[in-house]
Design a protein around this ligand. Sequence first.
Ligand code: NAD
Length: 266
Amino acid sequence: MGRLSGKVVLVSGAARGLGAAAASTMALEGAKLVVCDILDEEGEDVAGGIQAQGGEAIFCHVDVAHQADWAAATDEAVRRFGGVDVLVNNAGLHLGKGIEEATLAEWQRLCDVNLTGAILGIKALLPTLRERAQASEHGGAIINMSSTSGLVGSANAPLYSLTKGGITLLTKALAVDFGQRGYRIRVNSVHPGMVDTDMGLQSVVARARRLGTDDLELARAQAVRAYPLGRMATTRDIAQALVYLASDESSFVTGIALPVDGGFTA
Ligand SMILES: NC(=O)c1ccc[n+]([C@@H]2O[C@H](COP(=O)([O-])OP(=O)(O)OC[C@H]3O[C@@H](n4cnc5c(N)ncnc54)[C@H](O)[C@@H]3O)[C@@H](O)[C@H]2O)c1
């Protein structure tokens, strides 16, 4: 028995990076996966990889900022797997620009994906999450991907920090609300430090720009010095935290902001 046996998990932004690692790790723990992203080919590959390992997975094209995409993916998940037990709001954009350089259009796109995307996901999935939660022993879960930048200010990416801070408090507010309403859906957020993904590289580039250098290794080394454990996170570090929060092992855990950051925010 895997730690997620019998659960259906939908992960947004799962075609690469943290989302892809989370989907694959959760499938190895016995979950059925709904892999969502705007990158169709890469997303199909992630779902195919899970199937090749003997797991069950489908890919759905979801731009998290589009309500119709969420509705279609939810319908497909219900049709194929009977519903969803766990929603992982993982899709996100980075914007490594200061407030003076960032344009209004960039801010609005950041909001559309990082904030509106999470809200639309929760709105779309709530009916099936609630239904499945009532019928299950320990209920369902929503996990929102925030960041260390959603706990402390990021000088390199203040607007990104703002969106991730919003996710931190949306998580806590909904944890209290859904708990009091008896929905049996836990809501938690995960806060990775820097991880070696496409987005991790973007944050290194932003740091290098701030340091006034093209030397990305120098910028990376400077960033790593802020981590007491002396390294960047791996996608596996983050995926393991997601498995815990999705599983019944965390059935009395709701409203937490879990840093997985090698001690950065400590
Ligand atoms: N990598 C890091 O250092 C780091 C640190 C802290 C938090 N995070 C957070 O973790 C999450 C995943 O980051 P990552 O490092 O894997 O990034 P990534 O850029 O490697 O992957 C992000 C994924 O989201 C998808 N995506 C982007 N816009 C989308 C949209 N509108 N609709 C659907 N999918 C969309 C992309 O296609 C991609 O597959 C993000 O929310 C990010 O903010 C990352």
